[in-house]
Design a binder for this molecule. Structure first.
Ligand code: SAH
Ligand code: MG
Length: 219
């Protein structure tokens, strides 16, 4: 199963998710700085890129920057006047992401904002910084429902809200873990929230594990 999934991931990645030297350097820099290899896979990066090409957002909000890998995929799909705000709570991650984003040529288009995402989103709501055309949720799973609620408040009809990692690890199905319960509640919310029209698209992680990307359109 895992061997087959890994084969498929490499097959799809080779055909559709080719990484250029910039994306490879971003991952290498992240590894050298000791950051975890939890960037979206290259095919999910390509999927984000394609969704942005179709949807043509001018204002994108990302929750969870890490080293800037997914932000760079998204930035590449934006028109010149497009802007991304990416939220990150760890100063070391934010600092490396800013370096990587500048290396990719997007320092004027991607702003990495430091702090707890829930607080930063609340500030954005208070200041009327929305609406965003696209929101990508990819941070601490415990707060996914909170992020969804705030993302909807920062949206307009037609905004695309994306959520990464919506299928938990098998060993996390154990009731000992709180994360999967939150993810299942999040998926339930996506499926039933009257303000959204949603679908989960199965994806493969870097380690070949089956995962899913949630795509919700705000009505
Ligand atoms: N989107 C990235 C991966 C993000 S990994 C990519 O695919 O390239 C998740 C990131 O969210 C980590 O860098 C972590 O530090 C950050 N994070 C976790 N909890 C957070 C919080 N409460 N507020 C802001 N960022 C958070
Ligand atoms: Mg992720």
């Amino acid at each position: 199963m895992t061997a087959r999934a890994n084969q498929i991931k490499d097959y799809l990645g080779g055909l559709f998710g080719a990484e250029d030297e910039v994306l490879l350097a971003v991952k290498k820099n992240a590894k050298e700085a000791g950051l975890p290899n939890i960037h979206v896979s290259s095919t999910v990066g390509k999927l984000l890129y394609c969704l942005a090409m179709i949807h043509r957002p001018l204002k994108v909000l990302e929750i969870g920057t890490l080293a800037g890998y997914s932000a760079i995929w998204l930035a590449r799909a934006l028109p010149p006047e497009g802007k991304i705000i990416s939220l990150e709570c760890y100063p070391e991650h934010a600092a490396l992401a800013r370096k990587n984003i500048a290396f990719a040529g997007f320092e004027n288009r991607v702003e990495v904002r430091e702090g707890m995402a829930g607080d930063l989103m609340e500030q954005m709501i208070q200041k009327g910084e929305g609406p965003f055309d696209m929101v990508f949720i990819d941070a601490d799973k415990e707060n996914y429902l909170l992020y969804l609620d705030k993302a909807i408040q920062l949206s307009r009809p037609g905004t695309l809200i994306l959520g990464d990692n919506l299928i938990p690890k098998e060993d996390e199905l154990h009731p000992h873990y709180s994360e999967p319960k939150v993810i299942y509640r999040f998926n339930q919310q996506l499926a039933t929230d009257k303000r959204l029209e949603s679908i989960l698209v199965p994806t493969l992680r870097n380690n070949g594990r089956i995962d899913a990307l949630g795509i919700a359109i705000v009505k």
